[in-house]
Ligand binder design. Structure first.
Ligand code: SF4
Length: 324
């Protein structure tokens, strides 16, 4: 079997909180707390969890847009975590990101052509002006926009079109891995479906590998080969998508899944309502982070011992003392 394209090993990110006159570190936000997974070339891993679970921070640490506190990220055999400035610039050609907010992530003062072409200039990928313009036209048409859009500004486009511009910008350098960081979360449901279909077509065309981050299991269902569910900085369940949706094992996954609407009106899921809010990542609960909201938590076990991710089926791992 070939080596995975991406290996994430025990990734940790803590954000220091400073206070007092001397601005000393008085606390830490435990945003990512020991995340590990592998990703094969051409695969899509959906990463899901409530706001503040660390999914976006994980994506950004993988790309080193945020410095990890510890752990290791290996991309295509190269250690990303120890890469120097020049190596990181070269890696940026292979690893790109599409951001959530198409309104905020495009510079309003730049034309669409300049936004998409920026990376071509940085990485010296267009030797002549004609080659530069031809590449931009090609990228615009690839994402379903028109050649004459290159001279217009982001405010002239709808939300879905702006996200297509963001996708074209990411594709400009012909990456291998794209982190889609809540890339469709700000869009209407019908536009979401169009953008997801586009991403699937592009994946096939350019053999892309995706990490697709969303807060809703229904959004990632269609596009993901595997899904990882995160809670307070940890992966609590990871499995092939079919398996996770048909046979969820972690109580948190069950609760998230119970909120996903089923298109068949004859079939009704029983909604599992979790008690309380997600605890603060500054002082996450001891033992299993989920024990304060878990409907089946066992006192003396779940509030004391951290459950490790253990294999419960083919490619299916769950972090729970009671689910085997
Ligand atoms: Fe619930 Fe305990 Fe399992 Fe955590 S380890 S999910 S608290 S049963």
């Amino acid at each position: 079997m070939s080596a995975p394209l991406l290996q994430v090993k025990n990734l940790v990110k803590q954000f220091p909180i400073k206070g007092g006159i001397l601005q000393r570190v008085v606390d830490r936000v435990h945003a990512v707390d020991g995340v590990s997974f592998d990703l094969a070339a051409g695969e899509t891993l959906g990463v899901v969890g409530e706001s503040g679970c660390g999914k976006s921070t994980t994506g950004r640490c993988i790309l080193r847009l945020i410095e990890p506190s510890s752990g290791q990220v290996v991309f295509d055999g190269q250690d990303v975590t120890t890469a120097g400035k020049d190596e990181l610039r070269a890696l940026a050609r292979d690893m790109q990101i599409i951001f959530q907010d198409p309104y905020a992530s495009l510079n309003p003062r730049m034309t669409v052509g300049a936004i998409i072409g920026e990376a071509l200039t940085i990485h010296k990928l267009a030797p002549t002006k004609a080659a530069y313009e031809a590449r931009i036209v090609d990228l615009l048409e690839t994402v379903g926009l028109a050649a004459d859009h290159m001279r217009r500004y982001p405010h002239e486009f709808s939300g879905g079109q702006r996200q297509r511009i963001g996708i074209a910008r990411a594709l400009a350098v012909s990456p291998k891995l794209v982190v889609c960081d809540e890339a469709v979360s700000a869009l209407d449901v019908s536009i979401q479906a169009q953008v997801i279909n586009l991403l699937e077509d592009l994946q096939e065309q350019f053999k892309l590998t995706y990490i697709f981050i969303a807060h809703d299991l229904s959004v990632v269902e269609h596009i993901s080969d595997r899904v990882a569910v995160m809670y307070l900085g940890r992966i609590v369940e990871i499995a092939p998508a079919n398996d996770l949706y048909s046979n969820p094992r972690h109580p948190y996954t069950e609760a998230l899944l119970s909120a996903v609407p089923i298109p068949d009106p004859q079939v009704k899921r029983q909604r599992i309502r979790l008690q309380g809010d997600v605890p603060s990542p500054i002082r996450p609960p001891p033992g299993c982070h989920f024990h304060t909201r878990c409907p089946i938590a066992q006192k003396g076990l779940c509030d004391v011992q951290r459950p490790e991710l253990k294999t419960v089926g083919a490619g299916h791992q769950v972090s729970c003392h009671l689910r085997t």
